[in-house]
Design a protein around this ligand. Structure first.
Ligand SMILES: [Zn+2]
Length: 298
């Protein structure tokens, strides 16, 4: 299988499953967005179904491989709706029990499986408990804590890591992004390739820092925290007398007014705490407001 965005561990787990000849019927790919989970699912489907006589699969050349590459294979089903309701999962269950059309295995990929409503997750449980022999389910999720434990316990978990900054940097430069900007975006995007490309392609580099009074209306603190943490990092380097060449944000003004090195260092850890508050669905808005005050964000 091809190496996708440096996800060697995920690739190894999937290759081992194929090599041992005992393919689990349910996988959960976990990790941040934009790290290649769906691409890896496609690669895995090809490796399972490739009809080439070559040793190394997928060949990317046989009819099956080509149809999957071109999104024309009816046995590779990608579902990526905002919400996945009961009607759709019922349909899905019915199809799951039919034989694949052209391949050995039919693979259903449910992207962002956090979007499954509770009834639909429950309706899928049955088929995940006793999956038809030629059907494989792959859920992609950011964090497995966000889906039913009874579901998670049936799956083989395949962890994906944030994409390394140098890989994101190269992807952006290849797309024509100037190196200075690519470096900055590679820090801002926190290992998420899709986000990095979006920042570059939309030209949306002007920092959108939300005013203090608008914190209440935020849906997620992620973007703000990424921006603050980059500014914070650069301010710490400046105040500590570090070399100018280590400063990443050259294009933008700093959004942090505080010049208190000790407070800046402490708040670096506070950012991580706010992120974990969000992950555990706790109230992070108050904490973010406090961070604004501490750092004198403007
Ligand atoms: Zn092939």
């Amino acid at each position: 299988m091809r190496d996708i965005l440096g996800q060697k561990r995920a690739k190894r787990i999937l290759e081992n499953a194929i090599r041992q000849g005992k393919i689990p019927h349910f996988f959960i790919f976990t990790g941040p967005n934009g790290v290649g989970k769906v691409s890896m699912a496609k690669e895995f489907t090809m490796a399972l179904n490739c009809i080439s006589t070559d040793q190394s699969k997928p060949c990317r050349n046989c009819n099956i491989c080509l149809s999957i590459i071109n999104n024309k294979n009816p046995d590779f089903v990608l579902i990526n709706n905002e919400t996945i309701g009961i009607t759709q999962t019922r349909e899905l269950r019915e199809i799951a029990f039919l034989s694949p059309i052209s391949s050995r295995y039919r693979v259903f990929v449910i992207e962002n499986a956090e979007n499954l409503t509770l009834p639909s997750a429950n309706s899928l449980l049955k088929v995940l408990e006793e999956p038809p022999s030629s059907t494989i389910f792959i859920f992609t999720v950011k964090n497995p804590d966000n889906i039913l434990k009874t579901i998670v316990s049936r799956a083989l978990i395949v962890p994906f890591s944030p994409v390394k900054r140098d890989i994101i940097f190269s992807i952006l430069v290849e797309k024509g992004c100037p190196e200075d900007t690519a470096l900055e975006i590679s820090y801002l995007s926190e290992g998420d390739v899709e986000k990095a490309i979006e920042i570059f392609e939309t030209g949306n580099l002007e920092r959108k820092i939300v005013p203090y009074l608008d914190i209440e209306s935020l849906e997620s603190p992620d973007e703000i925290l990424d921006i603050i943490s980059l500014s914070l990092r650069d301010n710490i380097i400046k105040l500590a007398g570090g070399n100018e060449r280590f400063i990443i944000s050259k294009t933008y003004r700093s959004i942090i007014n505080s010049n208190n090195l000790e407070s800046l260092m402490e708040n670096f850890f506070f950012i991580q705490e706010i992120k974990s508050l969000e992950e555990s669905n706790s109230d992070w808005k108050l904490a973010l407001a406090l961070l604004y005050r501490e750092l004198e964000v403007k």
